[in-house]
Design a protein around this ligand. Structure first.
Ligand SMILES: CC(C)(COP(=O)(O)OP(=O)(O)OC[C@H]1O[C@@H](n2cnc3c(N)ncnc32)[C@H](O)[C@@H]1OP(=O)(O)O)[C@@H](O)C(=O)NCCC(=O)NCCS
Length: 395
């Protein structure tokens, strides 16, 4: 094996529609694994040069690794796809960035020569496994994480508003409205069609349907409607609401990663090339600020500045946290490079599936913007982490 890193490329990326968590959600009667299996089958069907036996690993991010999401779901997915026992698999937890980290491990496996072709993704069924379900924090965790708010993501967003009063509720609502509008435009222009793989589901009343479109977006959102919502995380003076936060969702997303020379050998056209990745840690009580140091780190590793980045996909856990990121890089809230097709405030945030969704969005955006050279995917993580990856357009 040589000491040179292999060039790693994304061949394809697919996802399920994102459903609302809970009994009214499209996936209420569907297990987490059943969200993933149609996706990996679709990757093979869409890329006939790739055979299941070429897949050297199945790396899945999943935050809550209990019940149907436990027992190493990454290993179970190729088995449930009936690809045999030969394809290994594992599950990764970095909370919201579990899926992006799964992709990160996949990238480094290929770059380092451990594999030439693998799948990496993320899944979260927040309806069946709610945030924090069956968790048993260490008795000293609260003290060492900085207080009880570190355990409640909505409170960490309120903390950012406290620390940075320049980001007002009105700004957060205006950001959320713009997100809903961009999302509505992208959906009606058909931008989601190529990436969403329909999944057959049974609804609460027993009726069957194909789940092929996102359930969370609210295209009729208005600034007046947002202004009237109650702040669930702080009764008095709270600024974070259901309207300017991401929701509770079920969904999965997966990407096919390959050594560039393997892609050439198979005559496959890569969508984008990995440039650099970085993770960073911050005060857990303001976890949403962490994409800033993670992005500073990754830009340095790539030898680039924010001016070189043509497309930015930031996971909007909360509007205030996206506003903070943009401000710290000197970008306006409506910078046209940012979340062109909308973001998690509208589509929802099925935790581990969200990082791969950013990657899937960037693949699509690179295709329709062939002159864009570099793109960034970045997200914040509970317990105070950020994860950022820079990619180069292959179109
Ligand atoms: C904020 C949160 C508590 C809201 O949960 P919820 O109450 O189940 O959310 P809903 O979708 O039912 O919305 C609540 C209300 O706001 C309304 N609403 C939501 N978005 C709206 C919008 N854009 N415009 C107008 N009204 C809106 C809903 O209609 C609903 O009204 P109703 O109670 O009259 O039916 C939940 O989404 C949450 O916890 N989000 C953060 C998730 C998180 O922490 N993720 C990890 C990030 S690190």
């Amino acid at each position: 094996m040589s000491n040179e890193l292999n060039d790693v490329v994304v061949i394809d990326a697919v996802r399920t529609a994102f459903g609302r968590a809970g009994e009214k959600g499209i996936f209420w009667n569907t297990r987490a694994e059943e969200l993933c299996v149609p996706l990996v089958k679709a990757l093979i069907a869409r890329n006939p040069a790739v055979k299941p036996e070429m897949i050297e690993d199945s790396i899945w991010g999943v935050t809550n690794q209990v019940k149907e999401q436990g027992g190493t779901i990454g290993r179970m997915i190729p088995i449930l796809a009936e690809w045999g026992w030969e394809i290994p698999g594992c599950s990764i937890d970095r909370m919201c960035a579990s899926g992006l980290t799964a992709i990160g491990f996949g990238l480094s496996h290929i770059a380092g020569g451990m594999a030439d072709c693998l799948i990496a993704g993320g899944v979260e069924h927040m309806g069946h496994l709610p945030m924090g379900f069956m968790r048993d924090p260490h008795p000293r965790a609260e003290e060492l994480l900085g207080g009880p708010s570190a355990f409640n993501m909505g409170m960490t967003a309120e903390n950012i508003h406290d620390r940075c009063p320049e980001f007002t509720k009105e700004m957060a609502d205006a950001y959320a409205l713009a997100c809903q509008q961009k999302t509505a435009r992208a959906i009606s222009a058909g931008k989601m069609k190529d990436m969403i793989i329909p999944v057959e589901v049974e609804l609460a009343d027993g009726a069957k349907m194909m789940a092929d479109s996102d359930q969370q977006p609210r295209p009729d959102t208005s600034i007046e409607g947002l202004a009237g919502l109650k702040p669930p995380f702080r009764e008095e003076g709270g600024r974070v609401t259901a309207g300017n936060a991401s929701g509770l969702n079920d969904g999965a997303c997966v990407v096919l990663l390959m050594n560039r020379s393997k892609a050439d050998e198979l005559n496959l056209r890569p969508k984008m090339r990995w440039v650099a990745s970085a993770a960073a840690g911050v005060d857990p009580t303001v976890m949403g600020i962490a994409p800033v140091p993670a992005t500073e780190k990754v830009l340095k590793k790539a030898g680039l500045t924010m001016d070189d980045i043509d497309l930015i996909e930031i996971n909007e856990a909360f509007a205030v946290q996206a506003l903070y990121f943009l401000d710290r890089f000197g970008l306006k809230p409506d910078d046209p490079r940012v979340n062109k097709w909308g973001g998690a405030i509208a589509y929802g945030h099925p935790l581990a599936a969200s990082g791969p969704r950013l990657v899937a969005f960037l693949c699509g955006l690179f295709k329709e913007n062939p002159h864009a050279r570099y793109g960034l995917t970045t997200m914040c993580v509970g317990r105070g982490q950020g994860y950022s990856v820079i990619w180069e357009n292959c179109n």
